[in-house]
Write a protein that binds this ligand. Structure first.
Ligand SMILES: Cc1cc2nc3c(=O)[nH]c(=O)nc-3n(C[C@H](O)[C@H](O)[C@H](O)COP(=O)(O)OP(=O)(O)OC[C@H]3O[C@@H](n4cnc5c(N)ncnc54)[C@H](O)[C@@H]3O)c2cc1C
Ligand SMILES: *[C@@H]1O[C@H](CO)[C@@H](O)[C@H](O)[C@H]1NC(C)=O
Ligand SMILES: *[C@@H]1O[C@H](CO)[C@@H](O)[C@H](O)[C@H]1NC(C)=O
Ligand SMILES: *[C@@H]1O[C@H](CO)[C@@H](O)[C@H](O)[C@H]1NC(C)=O
Ligand SMILES: *[C@@H]1O[C@H](CO)[C@@H](O)[C@H](O)[C@H]1NC(C)=O
Ligand SMILES: *[C@@H]1O[C@H](CO)[C@@H](O)[C@H](O)[C@H]1NC(C)=O
Ligand SMILES: *[C@@H]1O[C@H](CO)[C@@H](O)[C@H](O)[C@H]1NC(C)=O
Ligand SMILES: *[C@@H]1O[C@H](CO)[C@@H](O)[C@H](O)[C@H]1NC(C)=O
Ligand SMILES: *[C@@H]1O[C@H](CO)[C@@H](O)[C@H](O)[C@H]1NC(C)=O
Ligand SMILES: *[C@@H]1O[C@H](CO)[C@@H](O)[C@H](O)[C@H]1NC(C)=O
Length: 494
């Protein structure tokens, strides 16, 4: 009796302490999965739903709490053989399976994208080995960008990742990866040389190079259901000891002028300069330019195009800060967990039309929740020097990409619903009237129509063929994973 009461008490306390109403019931295959993992001598920790505290900790690890799913279990393999055991069990029991690296999926896909999937968390795959002679790094896919940035900096090297240092390398690099060094070094996925991957049939592939089509798929769609990637070999680059952050502040009303000048001069900027235009709704709104330059401030002050741009775009304030790359890249506080949704737009060489910029500005002023917009200048940079079919990352030849991050107060209130609808309307309008057809697959959006063609365009069919070959029973599946068959043809578009 006492123990019964105690259990109820514990249960209530646990639920109360959790951000989420945790499910009480087990998933149908739970007992079979437990037996199977024992049978295959799975070594790492396994958290089923009855382990409230550990299970809850893995749920709360998710960066965006807008969309949450409850897996059958979180398992933390210790090595590739553990991953192999887990996959063999999942395949035998036909349990949809996903990998989890940094938990920064915007649609909860590393929680399975639906309830009762098996989540293979890669937290224990955290090795980083730098080889300065061959200019490569071998990394476990469970790390976030920050330790990688730190380690390469120690050797005066760099790797092009994303802007936010706590995003996981697993999701980011295999679906593209754009950030402050993109102009010079391209997408993260362009710099994946090799991968270790555990396939749906349980085979551990130590070098994906031996399967060129698989490596091709991983570089842009490796986070879309080809297997559990446990390690990546990356190309890294020597960089100067001192680099420069250039920050330029504007009056919000100068935004159209800024873009018109950038349209003209931006494509000529030196590749060592990566340029972001940041517009935040919660500070005015305000418009700023933020750049990283691989070189000294003094050199940058002698770049004619950049100085001409600064002069003509009429900023309020211009600052140059010099430091080593790590301290330039990793600044400020890390973004806390919250309720987020992202939008993605590419713009071709004509740039963003004037009406489009006015529409964006109007939205920034009127949106009832908080929204940040990050526009990356792509034209003139390394991203565009690579052919569209060279890797699964297809989006080449654009002038800008806009990533927008909306921040809601909670998951379900009326205010959130309203903001969500406004955001959806905004996205539709921009896609229909101003932006390209294509969208960036790392900013997953389950509301997006024709995502197959928007994310992968003419590479989609080949991706389906490769999926069919390496995961014929569709073990790695969720709503926006690559399917094993399709009737959709993306070649006729545009
Ligand atoms: C705050 C924030 C800032 C961001 N900034 C940028 C940015 O600057 N540049 C940019 O390009 N993107 C950015 N993104 C988008 C980011 O690239 C994607 O959300 C990415 O998928 C996150 O990777 P993750 O490993 O953290 O996520 P997870 O949620 O762990 O994984 C995302 C997807 O990848 C799959 N996956 C993860 N690891 C593996 C693996 N080892 N093997 C196979 N599949 C795997 C998962 O199954 C899931 O479908 C940002 C996202 C957030 C939330
Ligand atoms: C739950 O997980 C924790 C953390 O690993 C572990 O210490 C504990 O024994 C587990 N509890 C149960 C009931 O399995
Ligand atoms: C990490 O590196 C060590 C030493 O090279 C190796 O023994 C271990 O297997 C690696 N771990 C993983 C998960 O790759
Ligand atoms: C698993 O699939 C790969 C790729 O198709 C193949 O090379 C390998 O032989 C398969 N392994 C087994 C055990 O069937
Ligand atoms: C550009 O960056 C590279 C490092 O990738 C550096 O070696 C070179 O000196 C830089 N060039 C200029 C002009 O700053
Ligand atoms: C310009 O920006 C710098 C750095 O943020 C700040 O210290 C300075 O006060 C600003 N100057 C003006 C005129 O706003
Ligand atoms: C990419 O397309 C070009 C022609 O457009 C073709 O020659 C080349 O073989 C293709 N590359 C791959 C990897 O399919
Ligand atoms: C969104 O668009 C629909 C149809 O165009 C419209 O009815 C609705 O009022 C709009 N909602 C918001 C919140 O803007
Ligand atoms: C997944 O797709 C199915 C079929 O299109 C749809 O019914 C379901 O609502 C989708 N799930 C989510 C979470 O979007
Ligand atoms: C493709 O079309 C056929 C016939 O119209 C249909 O039976 C099948 O379900 C479709 N497949 C997919 C993946 O949509």
């Amino acid at each position: 009796m006492i123990s019964y009461l105690y259990n109820i008490f514990l249960f209530i306390v646990t639920i109360y302490a959790s951000q989420f109403p945790l499910p009480i019931s087990k998933c149908p295959e739970e007992d079979s999965l437990r037996n199977c993992l024992d049978q295959y001598q799975f070594k790492g920790p396994v958290y089923f739903r009855d382990n409230f505290s550990a299970y809850n900790k893995d749920i709360e690890f998710e960066f965006s709490w807008l969309v949450i799913y409850f897996p059958i279990a979180f398992i933390h393999p210790l090595d590739e053989f553990d991953v192999q055991s887990a996959i063999q069990c999942a395949a035998e029991l036909n349990i949809p399976t996903v990998a989890r690296s940094g938990g920064h999926s915007y649609e909860g896909y590393s929680l399975g994208g639906k309830d009762c999937s098996l989540v293979i968390s890669l937290v224990n795959f955290n090795n980083i080995t730098i080889d300065t002679i061959s200019q490569t790094a071998v990394i476990g896919t469970g790390i976030s960008l920050q330790p990688l940035y730190y380690k390469v900096q120690e050797h005066m090297f760099a790797f092009p990742g994303g802007t936010c240092p706590n995003v996981g390398v697993g999701g980011l690099m295999m679906g593209g990866g754009m950030g402050f060094l993109s102009h010079r070094f391209g997408m993260s996925s362009d710099n994946i040389l090799d991968a270790q991957i555990v396939l749906a049939n349980g085979t551990v592939v130590y070098s994906a190079k031996k399967y060129p089509e698989l490596l091709w798929a991983i570089r842009g769609a490796g986070n879309a259901g080809y297997g559990i990637i446990t390690a990546l070999t990356l190309r890294i680059y020597p960089i100067p000891k001192i680099v420069t952050r250039l920050s330029i502040e504007y009056d919000f009303d100068q935004t159209p002028l800024l873009f018109s000048v950038l349209d003209q001069l931006g494509p000529n900027f030196h590749q060592n300069l990566t340029t972001y235009i940041l517009i935040n709704s919660d500070s005015g709104p305000s418009t700023n330019i933020d750049c990283i330059y691989l070189g000294s401030a003094d050199e940058l002050r002698h770049h004619v195009d950049v100085q001409e741009f600064i002069k003509l775009s009429k900023p309020k304030n211009v600052t140059y800060i010099e430091n080593d790359l790590y301290h330039i890249e990793v600044t400020g506080e890390l973004l806390a967990h919250g309720y987020f949704k992202s939008l993605t737009f590419f713009f071709d060489q004509k740039g963003i039309p004037y009406e489009g910029i006015k529409y964006l500005m109007k939205f920034m002023k009127s949106f009832k929740c908080v929204v940040h917009s990050e526009t990356l200048l792509i034209a003139g940079g390394k991203i565009n020097e690579i052919r569209r079919n060279e890797t699964a990352f297809v989006h080449r030849g654009f002038k800008y990409h806009i990533a927008m991050f909306a921040h809601f107060p909670d998951a379900h209130s009326e205010e959130t619903e309203e903001c969500f609808q406004e955001l959806e309307n905004f996205s539709q309008h921009v896609l229909q009237n101003y932006a390209s057809y294509e969208c960036y697959q790392n900013l997953v959006d389950r509301q997006l129509d024709n995502w197959q063609c928007r994310y992968y365009v003419e590479n989609f069919e080949r991706l389906v063929e490769i999926k069919q070959k390496y995961d014929p029973y569709n073990l790695f599946r969720w709503n926006q994973s690559i399917p094993t068959t399709t009737n959709i043809s993306c070649n006729v578009l545009d």
